[in-house]
Design a protein around this ligand. Structure first.
Ligand SMILES: NC(=O)c1ccc[n+]([C@@H]2O[C@H](COP(=O)([O-])OP(=O)(O)OC[C@H]3O[C@@H](n4cnc5c(N)ncnc54)[C@H](O)[C@@H]3O)[C@@H](O)[C@H]2O)c1
Length: 243
């Protein structure tokens, strides 16, 4: 097999994936490995072969970045996947809740991208960050999450401009509802007396949750040489919610 084999687009590529114990992250690790990549995964949730890192801890992120570069001998692709989402309606929003969402969803991807920037510059690699359609559209009871995802989207677009000087591409994928534990856990926490009419205002053209593999496919495309002219972009994968 050679690197031009379309089923092995990432032969011997060195890939870092956060949120690797989660629905999308685990699917992504599997997809990259299937295509020949060497993958270092990390999560705060324990998982086989994963580096256990709490991405709210800046020093831990920096130490992890150094360990990943050492283990892989460099880095070609960084995928920022880890995230949290808790609904909070007006009146229930707390500064701590806001900070927790910003720390994991926005601060950590930027800090990790910065820590791996020298390695990515050396390889001419790229970054793919999972944002969300929540970065692009208003959603009731979701102001905290929406704000954190909008923040990471604009941060990544800005980093794309700076890293272009080093031939490093930076892109986002913005999913709609994915069949992972995240939306179920969040929905179960909603108070009983919320306004369901408000929630139902965002429908998708193709109904139903997407499998995490649909998101992994989009990430692999952006990370692959087929996307070599794409940087600073945001690929919406949502079954048609954001028109
Ligand atoms: N599931 C959806 O419907 C949906 C929709 C749009 C965007 N997203 C985004 O997709 C990404 C993946 O989500 P998922 O659906 O796989 O959810 P998931 O909950 O299955 O996975 C998220 C992972 O992030 C990890 N994580 C959370 N806090 C962390 C921390 N402090 N340090 C390190 N790791 C931490 C979790 O342990 C978990 O394994 C997230 O960024 C999420 O916001 C999900």
């Amino acid at each position: 097999m050679t690197t031009t084999d379309p089923s092995r687009r990432f032969a011997d590529r060195r890939v870092v994936v956060t949120g690797a114990a989660g629905g999308v992250g685990a699917s992504l690790v599997e997809a990259f490995r299937r295509e020949g990549a060497h993958v270092v995964g990390t999560d705060v949730t324990p998982g086989e072969g994963l580096h256990r890192v709490d991405l709210r801890d800046e020093a831990a992120i920096t130490a992890f970045a150094a360990a990943a570069v050492e283990e892989l001998g460099g880095v070609d692709v960084l995928c920022n996947v880890a995230g949290i989402q808790r609904f909070a309606r007006l009146g229930d929003i707390t500064a701590d809740g806001l900070r927790a969402h910003f720390d994991v969803n926005a601060v950590a991807p930027v800090v990790l991208t910065q820590a791996l920037a020298p390695a990515l510059a050396e390889s001419g690699g790229n970054v793919v960050t999972i944002a969300s359609i929540s970065a692009l559209m208003a959603q009731p009871y979701n102001a905290v999450y929406c704000a954190s995802k909008a923040a990471v989207l604009m941060a990544m677009r800005s980093l794309a401009m700076e890293l272009a000087a080093h031939r490093v591409r930076v892109n986002c994928v913005s999913p709609g509802g994915i069949e992972t534990p995240m939306p179920h856990t969040s929905a179960a926490e909603l108070p009983a007396d919320i306004d369901w009419d408000l929630l139902m205002r965002s429908n998708s053209a193709f109904p139903g949750f997407m499998p995490p593999t649909d998101i992994a496919e989009a990430v692999l495309f952006l990370a692959s040489p087929a996307a070599s002219s794409i940087t600073g972009s945001n690929l919406v994968v949502d079954r048609g919610v954001v028109w």
